[in-house]
Design a protein around this ligand. Sequence first.
Ligand SMILES: [Zn+2]
Length: 352
Amino acid sequence: MGQQRIEQMVRDLLLEDTLPQSLLLTGPEGTGKALFAVDIAARLNCEAEKDRPDGTCPACRKVGRLEHPDLHLVFPVPSGDWEKSMPTIIESRREDFYARGEFGGRAQSIGIGSIRKVIETVSKHPFEGRRTVVIIFDAHLMTVEAQNAFLKVLEEPPPSAVLVLVTEFPDKLLDTVLSRCQHIRFDYLGREAVGSFLETFYSVEGKEAKRISILSEGNLRRGIRFLDEGFARIRADAASLLRVVFVGKGRDLLGESERIAREYNRDEVRTLIDEMAVLARILMRQQALVASMEEKKLLEEMIGSKMAAAGLKRDLTADLGKMDGALKSMSKNADLELTLSHLLLDLAGKWY
Ligand SMILES: [Zn+2]
């Protein structure tokens, strides 16, 4: 849904039986590439249709539940115990495809052990379907050793195998890996696509789906996250922080930084700053007179009409730069409360 160009291309390739066996799906987070990778496995094994999954046959259903014996998923895991960690992560993704953070903040990678297992798997015939499909999620986290071990199979996969690498960061892969894969680039979905996805698959009521689709900026994963309660709290706090910044009382700013650092973990604070940036971008579109009526209404609902008016007078490009800077220092493990108070004071112009 929302990726018609890619959808059509893959259907044509399947009808002609010329789908390349080593695929690299790239594009920003939330554009549906991981879901599409799974969809390819359904297409290749659907018992009813050849070019698109009917979604209801036993093969499609098993793929949909990530339980098809010829669908093999590889995720980055903490190094050292991939054999134990991999089933854990697969189990968790079966429950929630967009689950994250199974291993907390531990560094994860795809090591040579996982890739050797893939090579062994694809050397065998499919178990019950037509094709064996291996999906490597966050493929850029393959170690150099793993990538090198993978080269030969990527160059010439066994006839029944299709290898799908999924990553936001193809630049981090070796050139030798890149050159062996057919690249498929995903772009942001339109807002409408996110909205109708939520209505269709998550039974979100039309008006709410529209609101979420605006705030998701065409990012499907973000749209889905809007549905959980923890995220609603983050979203509300992002709005309240913007209000505090616009009013600009030093003491409130410090109080809020302290509260946020106490109530949220690092990932959540990053999400919170991301959400502040989304609101700032809506303000910016309003400044440029390209915001829709719905965007304007939504913003007023979230931060109040007085604050929205105050926001319009700001240098929002500078604001967004500051938010971006805070996100960068947080990824370098900077102190949460300190980074946040710097950001808020800086945004409020209280920083000397
Ligand atoms: Zn099917």
